[in-house]
Design a protein around this ligand. Sequence first.
Ligand SMILES: CC1=C(O)/C(=C\N=C2/C=C(C(=O)O)C[C@@H](O)[C@@H]2O)C(COP(=O)(O)O)=CN1
Ligand SMILES: Cc1ncc(COP(=O)(O)O)c(C=O)c1O
Length: 426
Amino acid sequence: MTDTITNVTAPPSNKAAYDHIHEVVAGGVSSNMRARGVVRPLVVESASGCRIRDVEGNELIDVNMGYGPHIFGYADREVTDQIADQFGRGHLTGLPHRLDRAAAGLVAELVPGIEQLRFANSGTEALMSAVRLARATSGRPLLLTFEGHYHGWSETLLRRPAPEGDRPLPGAAGMIPEAAHHTIQVPWNDTAAVERVFAEHGAELGAVICEPVLGNVGVVPPAPGFLELLRLRTRERGAVLIFDEVITGFRVARGGAQERYGVVPDLTVLSKVMGGGFPVAAFGGSREVMEPLTTYEAFHAGVYAGNHAALRAVTATLTKIRSAPDLYGDLEALGAYAEARVREAATAAGRNVLVERVGSVLSMALLDDASAVDRAGHRAVQTACQQRGVYFHPVPDEPWFLSTAHTTQDIDTVAGVLKESLAQAP
Ligand SMILES: CC1=C(O)/C(=C\N=C2/C=C(C(=O)O)C[C@@H](O)[C@@H]2O)C(COP(=O)(O)O)=CN1
Ligand SMILES: Cc1ncc(COP(=O)(O)O)c(C=O)c1O
């Protein structure tokens, strides 16, 4: 059967379709993260609301939701119709558009730490530029980051822990050996380690970067007072504080983690929810911090950066967010309901799971008898859930992202399937 949209003769099964893709897409995916831990391939055909449909015609409730951008669910017509309309008006001219003012104005209105910004195409791009701007502003290259925090795949920020010490190693084959030489990495929420870094390197530290809520090794909220400590020490020593709010921006509160926790960074990086699923990112801060870009002394560019379709997506999404006074209260309630049902399911199944949550983003990881994450067991449970019509990522590091398209009935279905799968897991 030849699919009329892609004109690809779609093999009859997920496995055959995945193998078919593998023939021409290296590794079968255009992001390594999508291939991590996959046991049972799933090739999507379409998505709507909180459901995906695979090439076999199976419909699954999805709590991965494309890793978080779709706070209103897939194919939200209030957003997608606006984007479609913009394509009909011209979506890429390389010229300023009134949409630049509209989109940037909405971000500045909603995010406490942003007076001015620049748009980019991805979180990785925006983070590279934010770190470069921070180094230009402070005049100091040394960067403090935290273990497990993911800031994209750039030469600047992709790293892995060194076997010992606080200088991380480059995170991928082909990176230059010196890529992480100007980076210190310490454990998240480790106050003593942070104090030690400022004591030893305070005069040379140019910036501190973190996910204010760690969302890439499951969900790990900031310890009480930890973000406040980062804010105090960076201000004392003249280092730039950068919040990577790619996940948390417009997700954990209307103004992101900086609104939820009341700590305002010097630079904020945004993506995911901001564009409602359309590829777009931004980095911004006070006029003072952004000044090197105002004078063009600093450099940031991109053919597609801030294109009109992306900014129409931002304007549509943030207008909807701004005009929904109960949105975050409702998402908080749904998140709490989901957390409770997941915990009940694990208890009923007699299994030990780690559950963490901030607002509508939560993580669930199967634990072994020693209370360590059982990755193989988690994948087996995920496979069983996928076969029963519920999709979450096979790797427990990837959180669940709820949306306004999820109902409590959907959550009940997810919890019921999870209970069955946990009970039957080896
Ligand atoms: C906190 C944070 C992120 O979570 C982030 C991207 N996250 C993900 C990337 C995925 C991928 O490349 O397929 C999927 C998930 O692993 C993850 O949510 C990025 C990079 O954004 P981008 O992928 O747009 O370059 C920056 N900061
Ligand atoms: C030859 C070439 N390479 C790379 C780039 C950078 O591409 P992008 O602007 O999409 O980052 C450009 C953009 O002008 C280019 O002309």
